[in-house]
Design a protein around this ligand. Structure first.
Ligand code: GLN
Ligand code: ZN
Length: 785
């Protein structure tokens, strides 16, 4: 039964908008509060959120979206998944024991709770952080046990709606993660023993009861449309069979739409194609509208659209994942196909929320004007949605000028010399399969042991050391031309010297130079390679207050000169111990950049790999015995659908092996992965053929170590023993326990001892304290061997 008198969904809408603020206002507010909550109390965060929400709403209206129901009501302080967990009142037992009780997100207590859940406290560990589908956004994993009390907290959803209406006159559309996705993303706080795997859907009824309460409160507050996001439907790989997921969809949406009084429900299934089974299941409920991803997915099938009848299907033709202008001719054809097949209105929308792109490309005044004309950030994408909707409503002639201009820009891009460079194309075409193969792992192991002479359980770090305010200021001054090359070089050298000294004093075995010269592990390489541009304001949220500024890979890639060699050589000159060369791998460079969409990803990856291969050769030439090629994003680009995975894994592994395949037998190649569950890609990690693999592990309990042991992972591994995502210093006992567990499970001759990831977001005091414990733990466990 659908609601009577539902206000129609407008002809243009978006599923979400960047929330960090055009000048990262939210980041600043959060970090000030976290640093000094007396000077900057939680209310300053709440004020910033309210101001940003108002700004966003007004901006979106000015860009042409309707004042009613087209604009999502968002504004999470830290994470929208965490917000939804809070709206359900789900607070894990350890936090309740630590004095935290459920609270709505937009309150002082809510901000305190969000802070504790995402950063941990002195007493308890934070929620796990992991990738949001195949993006570089990370959410906090909700924890639900069979007995975690739930209690709806709709207050903030209501107040956001009312507050925005009062300030702007706009009736926004509250957004929640949908119940099925929320449950699939959750994990138990206290995992059951191996015998009884936990059913993620076990608490469907309890969770639905909270959604019911929330929808009722929203209806009572006058909310007419609500948006429930179910991206999980477009992904495989859950621990329950697809049929159960589909029946959970049926149960959930039947229940949520059979309330006497509820807002109209828009279900979105972005991040790919949800598939006919999901579309049909939703169609058979009384859900009021569906939004589909037509950027990555296809027009739903006839049976599903038949079942939809006259309800609206939002055609998500404007991609929310890349920064390229939408191909408007293609979007027009897709919309025409959907309109021909659908029996009701076809509003135009984005394929996903615009969370993954920056705000506004018109601010990028220093960007090459050609490249800028090819690019669309969030605001430009909103304009595309509005224009396409005008075409749908008034006929395509009405936007003929827009379509012609787009075709012209597209042709200019195709003809631009930087997008086709003969030398690069020829070199990529000449790659042979032997170029991706090194000597046998056993031979390498012997040669490297002889060369490096490391103790068992060798200690190392992942690369970066604290990026102090001073280093940032140094880089900024150099960039702005206020600090000349010589002075800059001196400043960085002294930071490297300090870092090498600190590592020697701490007693680490394999040192790093600390990466003080790098603003970001991808942007640094992008700036040094041809084929990329970087932006000034193009920030996107990565997790919490952390943002990245992805570079734009627009042309053929090559390396005009060595990039890292001088810094590494300098660090090595200061110590007798080995210093690791530190490179970012081809897959991660692609994953964390906005990559051209006019050449297959596999070919772009090989271009980048060849540039890195030359860097590896130059590092070896400079005497470097250990070279780490980071691939933290290997898992991130993994397609959500099983069928798409083999092809991706082939080209991504191939690219890594092309980058490292020229390394000598005696050169120890490390790789590093983080932010993900790796259990499902252990074969691919093995296929990288790295000599040592360091992995993030401390937040996932014993999961990854057990997974590696169960898979008989044949290589040296360093499962992280210090979670570096929060300022908390682990206790010596915790670290020892983790080292022992890894040594016992994997064999002491294969285990490295290292943090979960780089230390650039940490301060020196906690870094020294934690590394001191890490080295002491390695020494203690070595003595037990
Ligand atoms: N070498 C990088 C660093 O230490 C790796 C960062 C990462 O994996 N995200 O900062
Ligand atoms: Zn990492």
């Amino acid at each position: 039964m659908s609601v009577l008198n539902t206000a129609p969904l407008p002809s243009a809408t978006i599923l979400g908008y960047p929330r960090i603020g055009p000048d990262r206002e939210l980041k600043r507010a959060l970090e000030s509060y976290w640093q000094d909550s007396v000077q900057h109390p939680a209310t300053t965060v709440l004020d910033t959120l309210a101001r940003l929400r108002e700004r966003t709403t007004v901006r979106l209206k000015d860009l042409g979206l309707d004042a009613d129901h087209a604009i999502p009501s968002e504004g999470s302080a830290v994470d929208h998944v965490l917000d939804t967990a809070l709206a359900l009142g789900a607070v894990p037992a350890r936090f309740r024991a630590d004095g935290f009780s459920p609270a709505a997100p937009d309150t002082v207590r809510g901000i305190e709770l969000i802070t504790a859940l995402s950063r941990g406290t002195d007493e308890v560990e934070p929620l796990e952080l992991t990738k949001w589908f195949d993006t570089n956004y990370h959410y906090y994993v909700p924890e639900l046990d069979p007995d975690t009390p739930l209690h709806a907290h709709p207050e903030s959803l209501v107040s956001r709606y009312r507050d925005t209406l009062r300030r702007t006159g706009v009736r926004t559309r509250p957004v929640l993660v949908g119940p099925v996705t929320l449950l699939l993303l959750s994990r138990p706080e206290t995992p059951a023993d191996d015998a009884a795997p936990v059913d993620p859907l076990a608490r469907l009824d309890d969770v639905l009861a909270q959604y019911v309460a929330i929808l009722s409160s929203l209806a009572a507050a006058g909310v007419e449309w609500v948006q429930l996001d179910e991206p999980a439907l477009a992904a495989d790989g859950w621990s329950v069979p697809r049929s159960r997921i589909i029946s959970a969809v049926t149960t959930a949406y039947t229940r949520l739409t059979s309330l006497a009084d509820h807002p109209a429900v828009l279900v979105t299934v972005g991040y790919g194609d949800a598939g006919e089974d999901a579309h049909l299941a939703l169609a058979r409920t009384a859900v009021d509208a569906l939004a589909v991803d037509l950027d990555r997915g296809d027009v739903p099938g006839g049976a599903a659209l038949e079942a939809w009848g006259e309800r609206p299907v939002v055609g998500g033709v404007v991609g929310g994942r890349t920064v390229w202008r939408t191909d408007l001719a293609r979007a027009k054809n897709t919309l025409d196909r959907l309109r021909a097949a659908a029996h009701g209105p076809v509003p135009v929308g984005t394929a996903t929320p615009l969370l993954h792109v920056p705000h506004d490309v018109t601010r990028e005044t220093e960007l090459d004007p050609d490249v800028r004309s090819w690019v669309a950030f969030a605001d430009q994408k909103v304009t595309e949605v509005v224009e396409l909707a005008r075409g749908v409503e008034q006929g395509w002639e009405a936007i003929a000028g827009t379509l012609a201009r787009d075709a012209e820009i597209r042709a200019g891009r195709a003809a631009h010399p930087a997008t086709h460079r003969a030398a690069v194309r020829e070199r990529t075409a000449a790659v042979r399969s032997e170029d991706r193969v090194r000597a046998s792992a056993a031979e390498r192991r012997t040669a490297q042991h002889e060369r490096l002479q490391l103790p068992p359980l060798p200690t190392t770090t992942i690369g970066s050391f604290p990026q102090t305010a001073e280093i940032r200021a140094t880089r900024a001054a150099h960039r702005a031309g206020r600090l000349d090359g010589a002075a800059y070089w001196e400043a960085i050298r002294s930071e490297i010297a300090r870092t090498v000294r600190a590592q020697e004093e701490l007693g680490l075995d394999v040192l790093v130079h600390g990466e003080p010269e790098r603003n970001d592990m991808v942007q640094y390489f992008a700036e040094a390679l041809d084929g990329f541009v970087t932006t000034r304001h193009g920030w996107v949220q990565s997790y919490g207050s952390r943002c990245t500024r992805p570079s734009i890979l627009f042309g053929d890639v090559s390396r005009p000169a060595p990039i890292t060699v001088d810094w590494t050589r300098y660090a090595a000159s200061l110590t007798e111990r080995p210093v690791k060369g530190m490179l970012t791998g081809p897959v991660t460079i692609l994953a964390w950049s906005f990559v051209r969409d006019d050449v297959p990803a596999a070919e772009v990856a090989d271009q980048v790999a060849l540039a890195l291969r030359d860097e590896v050769a130059d590092l070896e030439e400079a005497g470097t015995a250990v070279i780490q090629v980071d691939e933290p994003a290997l898992r991130e680009l993994l397609p959500l659908r099983d069928a798409d995975r083999p092809d991706y894994l082939r080209w991504s592994v191939d690219a890594f092996r092309l980058a490292t395949g020229g390394a000598a037998t005696g050169t120890q190649v490390h790789t590093h992965l983080c932010y993900s569950e790796f259990e499902t890609v252990l074969d691919a990690i093995d296929a990288l053929d790295a000599d040592v693999t360091t992995l993030e592990a401390s937040r996932s309990g014993s999961g990854i170590v057990a997974g590696l042991a169960a898979a008989d992972f044949p290589r040296d591994v360093g499962p992280g023993v210090w979670d570096i995502h929060s300022p908390r210093v682990p206790t010596f006992q915790e670290v020892v326990r983790r080292v022992r567990r890894a040594a016992a499970a994997l064999g002491p001759d294969r285990v490295w001892v290292n943090p979960d990831c780089g230390l650039k977001t940490r301060g020196w005091p906690e870094t020294e304290a934690a590394l001191d414990r890490l080295v002491a733990a390695a020494v203690t466990v070595r003595a037990e061997l």
